[in-house]
Design a protein around this ligand. Structure first.
Ligand code: MN
Length: 735
């Protein structure tokens, strides 16, 4: 993307900064004291001066960015003056001459600590070439700040949101990396903190950059059906408005559309087109209730709505009686509207709505109202802290565990005494046992769910009541690690395994001593080092364990020494110097034939697809499509190993790809398809596969094409054939 040329008009920019500053003072619709205004002004002056030589990629003065981040912090997250000041200063310590000491002396310790937290997070990004996984480490740091001051994360989210909103002029590879990282980490984090509006926008923007075409299709479809949808929602809402007014409710009713991201997800998951995503209609009823009437009012409204429209029994969600872990409260139902369409109806009070939109910040505002909810969040944060403390696992594993434990949807289950426990979806009876106490987990032999006996790995469902059966003779087993999903259970089992291994290893050590005497080898650290390396174990203790459990036997050790002896006799040829792939700025596919690259079989790119290279440790460079199912994992966790890549235009090579059809069988359909292919000049068929059952046919064709344009024109021709309903490109052409 070319950078825009901007004619710089300093006077105009000054006016613009002033305008934005005034907007900032009004942000959050709060009345600020003169002292507060003075501090904001001071922070702005410091930031303007510090960033005065800097411009953004768009050509705009850099200071627009911190001002906007500050405004988002106040307006869209609902934080106060301290956070505005920190947001204004968030990039100064990292990018300019300003130091933390300066911030401390000008704005005090609290501001300094938050700015320090923000600096620590961002200084991890884009550093260290060989860092195993920068993002994973970075993510851990972000979480560490949670327990210090949650505002650090909230301001970081505002920063990310503004960067996502203004990514247009970034180079493409950076857009992709940032967008995938946002989808992988920041959007789920926003979700978990209850910031729904920000989560939704981050997801939509993420999709816009990772799958621009899909995004555009949905966006266009939404805007072309906008009027129709509004008309329908009005027609649907009118009877509800009438009855609620009649009954004297003070309420607001809003039509809402599903986010582009969630529509895209539905389309992908169910493999359907836009028109077939059925539940894009939704309304929200927001009640102005007295605190003591909130729950009753919501259920009364539910009752009126379901008098008018029939509800789908499996779609009632009551997050009022048991709020989500992030504090979300609402009543959801899906009802059958006019013309047989499903409409989701959300019922909640103003307080609940504010918490749903702004999450934490609103939470604090209503703190006095619901102490249990504050508890939810505290429990969540203290669980995260514990997990970080026990973190002996590597960073990537940590992210997976974390996402499983803290981003996954939750289930609610009960103890025999009726106490409620939150667990991530997928949690088993054994997880539940460990949730009660580590000893209960260690001694667990089974469980009763709703009074019925179940095995340890039984997957729990919301609402079930669980009684754990224990035995003092029970000890944790290695395979239990496969049964559990919670971090707590995993770390308890691993801990117990270690203890167990230590005990067993003592026998192994005795055995080892006897063997080495037989072989007449004197045991010293050097010998132990060679053996642990040879058997691929991390420590001597592990070696002893393997010996005790007969995984390593006497003749294995004998073999090792024989081999060593043989090798010494032979003259050892010099090991070939490892060829090191030099730094590759841009891989031009088709030209750089001296560079060994492969087209990855997971997505099979062909010329015309947007692609990137990935330096895989064992198989050289692999080329993936930027919307490959693995792209998110690769780009957000191993950004430093990715390589920019583009196709060479004068390509004459043919690439293997696949097309899939679905349709209603009609005489000669196969014939029509093969005729079209045979008329094409540059196409070679590798294989054709058709099945037809009761008039419904499915087909797959593997063929060689030169580029995407070529493929698209062929697919368009197929779509013209009578009876063909759906034509798709196959991602995986191995099958
Ligand atoms: Mn920033």
């Amino acid at each position: 993307m070319t950078e825009p040329t901007v004619v710089i008009d300093l006077e105009k920019e000054k006016q613009e900064i002033l305008k934005r500053y005034r907007g900032l003072l009004r942000a959050g619709k709060k009345v600020r004291t003169d002292q507060e205004k003075k501090l904001i002004r001071k922070a702005l002056t410091v930031a303007i001066d510090a960033h005065k030589e800097m411009r953004r990629k768009s050509g705009e003065p850099y200071i627009y960015h911190p001002i906007e981040v500050a405004r988002i912090t106040a307006d869209e997250i609902g934080l106060g003056t301290t956070s505005i000041i920190c947001a204004l200063l968030h990039d100064t310590v990292e990018d300019t001459h300003i130091t933390l000491d300066d911030v401390n002396s000008m704005f005090g310790e609290k501001v300094m600590k938050i700015v320090d937290g923000l600096t620590k997070i961002s200084s991890m990004v884009d550093t260290g070439e060989n860092q195993f996984s920068i993002q994973a480490e970075n993510f851990k740091r972000i979480l560490l700040t949670l327990s210090d001051d949650i505002r650090v994360i909230l301001i970081k989210l505002a920063d990310r949101l503004h960067n996502m909103r203004t990514m247009e002029f970034m180079p493409r590879h950076k857009q992709l990396k940032i967008a995938y990282e946002t989808l992988n980490i920041y959007a789920p984090l926003a979700h978990r903190l209850g910031l729904y509006a920000i989560k939704t926008e981050l997801e939509d923007l993420g999709l816009r950059y990772t799958e621009p075409e899909l995004y555009k299709t949905i966006e266009e479809n939404l805007s072309s059906t906008q009027k129709k949808r509004t008309r329908y929602i009005n027609k649907f809402s009118l009877p509800i408005i009438n009855i609620l007014t009649d009954k004297g409710f003070d309420f607001d009713i809003k039509g809402r559309t599903k986010s582009i991201f969630s529509i895209a997800n539905k389309m992908k998951k169910k493999d359907v087109e836009f028109d077939e995503v059925y539940d894009i209609f939704a309304i929200r009823i927001i009640l102005n209730s007295k605190p003591e009437d909130e729950k009753t009012d919501c259920w009364k409204v539910y009752s009126h709505v379901t008098d008018l429209y029939t509800p789908r029994p499996d779609r009632l969600r009551d997050w009022i009686s048991t709020p989500k872990g992030n504090g979300y409260e609402s009543l959801h139902t899906t009802v059958m509207g006019q013309d047989g369409r499903w409409v989701e109806v959300q019922i909640r009070t103003k307080r609940m709505d504010e918490i749903a939109e702004k999450g934490l910040a609103a939470h604090w505002k209503y703190k006095s109202l619901s102490p249990e909810q504050e508890n939810h969040l505290d429990t969540w944060i203290s669980k995260i802290t514990k997990m970080l403390e026990s973190g002996d696992n590597n960073a990537l594993e940590f992210i997976d565990d974390f996402k499983m434990n803290f981003f996954a949807d939750e289930i609610y289950v009960f103890t025999p005494a009726g106490d409620i426990k939150n667990l991530p979806t997928g949690a088993t009876a054994l997880d539940f046992a460990y949730e009660i106490h580590s000893r209960v987990g260690d001694q667990c032999i089974g469980a009763k769910v709703n009074h019925k006996l179940v095995p340890l790995n039984y997957e729990l469902q919301s609402g079930e009541q669980i009684e754990i059966l224990t035995s003092k003779k029970q000890t944790p087993k290695e395979e239990w690690l496969q049964y559990v999903v919670t971090a707590k259970a995993k770390s308890c089992i691993k801990e117990a395994m270690k203890e167990e291994q230590k005990k067993i290893a003592v026998d192994g050590k005795e055995k080892f001593k006897v063997w080495m005497d037989q072989l007449a080898i004197i045991v010293n650290p050097n010998v132990l080092g060679q053996l642990t390396q040879h058997f691929g174990v991390p420590s001597v203790g592990d070696l002893y364990y393997k010996i005790a459990t007969d995984v390593v036997q006497l003749n294995d050790i004998e073999k090792f020494y024989k081999q060593k002896f043989e090798n010494k006799k032979k003259k050892v040829p010099k090991e070939k110097e490892k060829t090191k792939a030099g730094k590759i700025g841009m891989l031009t596919l088709g030209i750089d034939e001296h560079i060994n690259y492969k087209l990855s079989p997971c997505c099979n790119p062909i010329p015309g697809d947007e692609v990137f290279g990935f330096n895989s440790a064992d198989e050289g460079i692999k080329i993936h499509k930027t919307n490959c199912p693995n792209a998110m994992h690769l780009l957000s966790n191993f950004a430093s190993r990715t390589i920019k890549a583009q196709w060479n235009n004068n390509q004459n090579v043919a690439f293997l790809t696949g097309i899939q059809f679905i349709g209603i069988d009609d005489f000669g359909l196969l014939n029509k398809i093969t005729t079209i292919i045979s008329m094409e000049e540059h196409i070679n068929i590798k294989s054709i596969f058709f099945t037809s059952e009761e008039g419904f046919f499915e087909g797959k064709i593997m063929l060689y094409v030169t580029n995407t344009e070529h493929l698209q024109s062929l697919m368009d021709k197929f779509k013209q054939i009578n009876g063909v309903h759906k034509v798709d490109r196959l991602m995986d052409v191995t099958g």
